[in-house]
Design a protein around this ligand. Structure first.
Ligand SMILES: Cc1cc2nc3c(=O)[nH]c(=O)nc-3n(C[C@H](O)[C@H](O)[C@H](O)COP(=O)(O)OP(=O)(O)OC[C@H]3O[C@@H](n4cnc5c(N)ncnc54)[C@H](O)[C@@H]3O)c2cc1C
Length: 372
């Protein structure tokens, strides 16, 4: 039986240049880029990669991001997403959508702020008057619209294809993906990390912490000081609505208060309450009352009448205090690299960090242990 064969071979540790903890977008992107020059193993607790935040997004690429570093990373990611490199299995990952933010009276200065943010990274954004705003998203209730901000370069992002491309590209270079295996302990001995799951140990001189909402827990397992990351629950749902003939070509739209957003999605809509409720790392589910609240907001501000909620879910978005990414080695530890909580649109591991890592070593790998 193949399973028995695996188990007996995996008793010896798997030796790699880098071990990555976490198989969401952050871990998968790190595996893709690092495997260009190093041997890589990635360990993911869930049976499916991208099971948590990375599989629950609104799939939006926008530069209307308040955190400065995050915005610049998103802008720097665009060429990759538009034209992935030859070693990325898959085609373009972005499709035109546009993003519209709607302001009521007294809120236009908020639109100006977002416009400046978008323009600060060389992209275009335009303040629209009430009429233009309504023309862009005709289901808005006119009485609530004074102006809008249109970001034409905002895109739909094919999140599943991005994750799959990272994983398959890394696998093609020999990276090992061990899913369905929780990291239970991490020890540092004689310059090597020993990362243990119930069925194997991976040894590597460098550890990348890409555990998203669990990144502080993984830091503690590794004997490092937690950063104080905060996971915030966000609710989303797919719905069918009366009140619009064919919204497929309309932009992603949200109000400036950020009480709801909507994105047309192949004949139906994706909606969110834009909630950001502190939560413990773990499996999170949408609460019916949050979905109802979002629907009330959407029906108040648009002509939509939600006739059916087809699916609902929640996920964790994880933030440091300044809302910027936590990327890089600890000052005293070049070998412990933090890479948690990345938005999917900014998931490209910064070149600076790729350059500072050691080159591929002669470490041997336990190929038969490869899981996916
Ligand atoms: C509703 C919603 C909408 C969103 N919309 C957008 C959007 O439109 N655009 C955008 O760019 N971003 C969006 N985001 C944010 C985006 O989803 C996240 O920032 C991103 O997916 C985080 O990726 P990650 O790899 O850091 O985390 P995750 O995908 O959560 O991956 C972390 C992984 O680490 C694993 N792990 C943890 N501990 C262990 C352990 N001990 N052993 C093994 N494995 C472990 C977990 O099982 C998990 O799979 C949205 C998020 C939500 C919830």
């Amino acid at each position: 039986m193949p399973g028995v064969f695996h188990l007996s071979l995996c008793l010896s540790p798997m030796k790699k240049d880098v071990v990555i903890v976490g198989g969401g977008m952050a871990g998968a992107s790190a595996a893709f880029f690092l495997s260009r020059r190093m041997s890589v193993a990635l360990v993911e607790r869930e049976a499916t990669l991208g099971h948590h935040s990375s599989g629950r997004t609104a799939a939006q690429y926008t530069l209307g991001i308040s955190a400065d570093t995050m915005r610049r990373m998103a802008a720097a990611s665009k060429p990759f997403l538009e034209r992935p490199p030859v070693d990325f299995p898959g085609g373009p990952l972005l499709a035109p959508r546009g993003c519209l933010t709607v302001a009521r009276s007294g809120q236009v200065s908020g639109l100006e702020r977002i416009r400046e943010q978008i323009e600060s990274v060389g992209a275009r954004a335009r303040i629209t008057d009430a009429g233009e705003t309504m023309a862009l998203f005709p289901a808005l209730r006119a009485e609530g619209v004074v102006a809008g901000l249109h970001e034409p370069g905002a895109m739909d992002l094919d999140v599943a294809a991005l994750l799959e491309g990272y994983v398959n590209g890394a696998k093609a270079r020999g990276a090992v993906f061990a899913s369905g295996e929780a990291v239970l302990s991490i020890e540092r001995r004689a310059g090597t990390w020993h990362v243990r799951t119930a069925s194997r140990t991976v040894e590597a001189p460098v550890l990348v912490n890409a555990a998203g909402a669990w990144a502080d827990q993984v830091a503690v397992l590794a004997g490092e000081t937690p950063l104080g990351l905060t996971p915030l629950r966000r609710t989303a749902f797919n719905f069918v609505a009366e009140g619009s003939a064919s919204p497929d070509a309309w932009p992603f739209v949200s109000n400036l208060d950020y009480r709801w957003y909507i994105r047309p999605e192949a004949g139906r809509m994706l909606g969110s309450l834009c909630d950001a409720v502190p939560a413990e790392p773990g499996e999170v589910r949408a609460r019916d009352e949050d979905v109802k609240q979002a629907i009330a907001h959407i029906e108040r501000d648009t002509a939509f009448r939600v006739t059916q909620v087809q699916s609902q879910w929640a996920g964790l978005r994880t933030f440091a205090a300044d809302r910027n990414p936590v990327v890089g080695a600890r000052a005293a530890r070049r070998d412990f690299i933090g890479w948690p909580g990345r938005a999917v649109a900014e998931s490209l591991l910064p070149r600076r960090w790729r350059r500072r890592l050691p080159r591929r070593s002669s470490a041997t790998s336990c190929r038969p242990c490869t899981a996916s």
